[in-house]
Design a protein around this ligand. Structure first.
Ligand code: FAD
Length: 118
């Protein structure tokens, strides 16, 4: 059966966006240069203003404005943890389960330790 090529709804857009965002942290350098760190911060700033679900974008900007939630981009691990926390903030808002951030790298970089992605 052919899949219909339709514009994405908020859910489909969200799944695609999180795939991009977490994959970006998974390939981020372990020791990024200051230029790479600036690029990451600028990307997040633009992303949070251009994300094409306006309610989502406004809430995400507001969440990032809290000094406790400022992007942490000084290493792959920090950036990955931060993105996981950002995603969990949305999960909580939507009444979904929190993801265990100790396992973000298994989900988005290495595959699960039980080999289920091999
Ligand atoms: P998703 O939440 O899209 O997650 C995809 C996969 O990521 C999951 O299957 C899981 O394997 C993994 N995952 C889940 N949580 C984490 C985590 N914390 N860290 C790492 N991996 C994880 N939707 C709204 O209705 N209202 C909003 O205000 C809203 N704001 C959003 C803000 C942003 C910045 C983004 C990117 C999306 C937003 N969304 C919002 C979309 C919403 O987050 C979901 O993407 C959408 O509801 C589909 O959810 P899902 O259950 O399919 O899985």
């Amino acid at each position: 059966q052919l899949l219909a090529d339709c514009p994405p709804d908020v859910e489909g857009l969200g799944r695609a966006a999180w795939t991009l965002l977490h994959s970006m942290t998974a390939t981020y350098p372990t020791s990024p240069s200051s230029v790479q760190q600036t690029d990451a911060r600028q990307f997040l700033s633009s992303f949070s203003r251009l994300y094409p679900c306006w309610v989502c974008a406004e809430d995400f900007q507001q969440w990032m404005r809290d000094p406790c939630n400022a992007p942490r981009v000084s290493s792959r691990d920090e950036f990955g943890q931060w993105m996981c926390e950002a995603h969990n903030a949305v999960n909580v808002k939507l009444g979904k389960e929190r993801f265990n951030c100790a396992r973000w790298e298994e989900r988005w970089r290495t595959g699960w330790k039980d080999g289920s992605c091999d």
